[in-house]
Ligand binder design. Structure first.
Ligand SMILES: C[S@@+](CC[C@H](N)C(=O)[O-])C[C@H]1O[C@@H](n2cnc3c(N)ncnc32)[C@H](O)[C@@H]1O
Ligand code: SF4
Ligand code: SF4
Length: 341
């Protein structure tokens, strides 16, 4: 971020009022999913495609995001590739001039999809994979490792035309042994990898996450060593890691404290978060502030409305729930240094 932006962001935070446009919007274009991850409830959503947000609604939303000044769009879900009209959705977004990243579980992407993505000009894609070991990936995400790896390898295949691919790895106690092999795999393919710790997502899975996925103290001692190796690799350039080293270093502490507060969180000024029900949220940890489900809304007005102002005030007074969502925290403008529990 250039210094004038940093100053304006700081000023926005202290006034509780955005003085510059948000940078990134996250839009979940589908709620349903074909996987079965133990830490995410999306796969329990009804599988009826008629419940997906209609293309016209998304097109209106993209136009409003652009009017608000957003430049980067992250298209996620649910599983976006379950939408047959995904190319049309992406085309509508590209028509607004966004730089787009699509996030997928990688189990449905075909060569035709890849051709279509390249043809449209999609330049960034994230594929989630928590283990290269078939039994482990099946246990954690209910997906076949061979299928997901095939997708990754097709995407990484042609250096001239391929989008920039990043692996998204969710850290749980079930995949500590996979974290370094996944970085080595990314290195061999010439792509990158980023990590985030499993977190409570307010989806009724907290007990399951805590009992089956949360690292216990002996796991954490091991994780300390693994993170140190990842940080070393990221710093000396031997591992293609796309996560900030200071972010990685916070992960064992996050598991110990069960939450995390950055020193000053400016997410509610820089990120526009829109969930599967097309609700606007101040961040992924906080409840919806407004519904964007019906076309005709004025997003510029909503972004500056008293409801958003009230939430920003709460955040300023340190009354937000606290989290470690890498999509928010892995950004250069979030100050993690003096993080406290
Ligand atoms: C919600 S998924 C949506 C896109 C696609 N279905 C996928 O899995 O990549 C986006 C990312 O969030 C991660 N995720 C989901 N629930 C999580 C949780 N409770 N804690 C940490 N990461 C989580 C997934 O592993 C994935 O990398
Ligand atoms: S994390 Fe992604 S793949 Fe897993 S259940 Fe959630 S939406 Fe589906
Ligand atoms: S919950 Fe997390 S992302 Fe949301 S405002 Fe607080 S620290 Fe920021």
């Amino acid at each position: 971020m250039t210094p004038p932006d940093a100053d304006l962001l700081l000023e926005s935070f202290s006034r509780g009022e955005p003085l510059l446009p948000p940078r990134t919007a996250y839009v979940n274009v589908v709620k349903r999913c074909n996987a079965g991850c133990g830490y995410c409830a999306d796969w329990t959503a009804p599988r009826d495609p008629r419940l997906d947000p209609p293309l016209e609604q998304l097109t209106y939303l993209f136009g409003e995001l652009r009017r608000l000044g957003v430049g980067d769009l992250v298209v996620s879900g649910g599983e976006p590739f379950l939408r047959r009209d995904l190319p049309a959705v992406l085309e509508a977004a590209l028509g607004c001039g966004f730089e787009i990243r699509v996030i997928s579980n990688g189990s449905l992407i075909t060569r035709d999809h890849v051709r279509a993505l390249v043809g449209l000009g999609i330049t960034k894609i994230g594929i989630s994979i928590d283990s290269l070991v078939p039994d482990r990936l099946m246990a954690i995400r209910g997906l076949k490792a061979t299928r997901v790896r095939r997708t990754i390898e097709i995407l990484a295949g042609d250096e001239r035309t391929r989008p920039r691919v990043s692996l998204y790895v969710t850290i749980t106690r079930a995949n500590l042994d996979d974290l370094i092999p996944l970085a080595d795999y990314a290195r061999r393919l010439g792509i990158t990898v980023q990590y985030q710790p499993v977190h409570f997502a307010g989806t009724g899975l907290d007990d399951h996450i805590l009992t089956h996925l949360w690292p216990a103290e002996p796991d954490l001692a091991r994780l300390d060593g693994i993170i140190a190796e990842l940080v070393r690799g990221a710093r000396d350039g031997t591992l293609p890691i796309n996560s900030r080293p200071d972010f990685l270093q916070q992960i064992p502490r996050f598991f110990r404290d069960r939450t995390f507060h950055p020193e000053r969180c400016t997410v509610a000024y820089t990120d526009v978060v829109i969930d599967q029900d097309l609700n606007l949220r101040p961040c992924w940890s906080m409840p919806a502030v407004a519904s964007l489900a019906q076309p005709g809304f004025d997003l510029v007005q909503i972004w500056r409305a008293p409801e958003m102002r009230a939430v920003r005030e709460e955040i300023k007074q340190d009354r937000c729930p606290g989290c470690l969502f890498s999509c928010h925290m892995n950004k250069p403008h979030i100050s993690l240094n003096k993080a406290r529990s």
